[in-house]
Design a protein. Structure first.
Length: 182
């Protein structure tokens, strides 16, 4: 029996494509206007929460991040900073598995707290990786240092978690897709 069903693969592909396309088209405009790095985090976190809710299997979030990275680099080869978001998706997946999918998805208050924590942790790591490896030191210094840069990414994670949780709750209320019995 296969591990990922066609439904899981569809969820990963759709969320990865959404994340990639929005990060290539809208995020650079937002960055140039504001020099705030959190739009990619918002988009990514919301996409990862959707895939986590949809698939509820270890590895689905990581695969989504890898697909989004491949798509992003295929469409915009200079966007090497996206490797920070690949790492964030691995951390997001590992933390969700560690906390437990039931705590992340099925209980209202623990879900919000868990996904908020996971989002902050994973996007802060993305900010650290991007700041250390892909941003010129003068840019990081002008933004207030590496810790502030990672904190701005974490803010994107908070907003993205709110968006992702809202989308998941709306889908559950509308019974777009019944909860899997696991």
């Amino acid at each position: 029996m296969t591990y990922f069903t066609t439904r899981d693969v569809a969820a990963m592909a759709i969320c990865a494509a959404l994340w990639s396309v929005l990060s290539i088209t809208i995020a650079p405009i937002f960055w140039k206007l504001t020099h705030m790095p959190f739009l990619c985090d918002m988009i990514g976190t919301a996409s990862l929460i959707l895939v986590l809710w949809w698939a509820r299997k270890p590895g689905a979030v990581t695969v989504t991040g890898v697909i989004a990275t491949i798509l992003t680099l295929s469409l915009s080869p200079e966007a090497t900073h996206f490797f920070g978001f690949t790492a964030a998706s691995v951390i997001f997946d590992a933390l969700a598995r560690l906390i437990g999918y039931r705590n992340c998805l099925e209980r209202p208050i623990p879900s919000a707290v868990s996904l908020l924590f996971i989002s902050i942790a994973s996007t802060a790591v993305a900010g650290l990786i991007i700041g250390l490896l892909f941003m010129p030191p003068p840019t990081i210094a002008a933004m207030g240092g590496l810790a502030l840069f990672a904190g701005l990414h974490a803010i994107g994670g908070v907003i993205g978690a709110a968006i992702g949780l809202t989308l998941v709750r709306a889908l559950e209320v509308r019974i777009v897709m019944p909860k899997p019995s696991q």
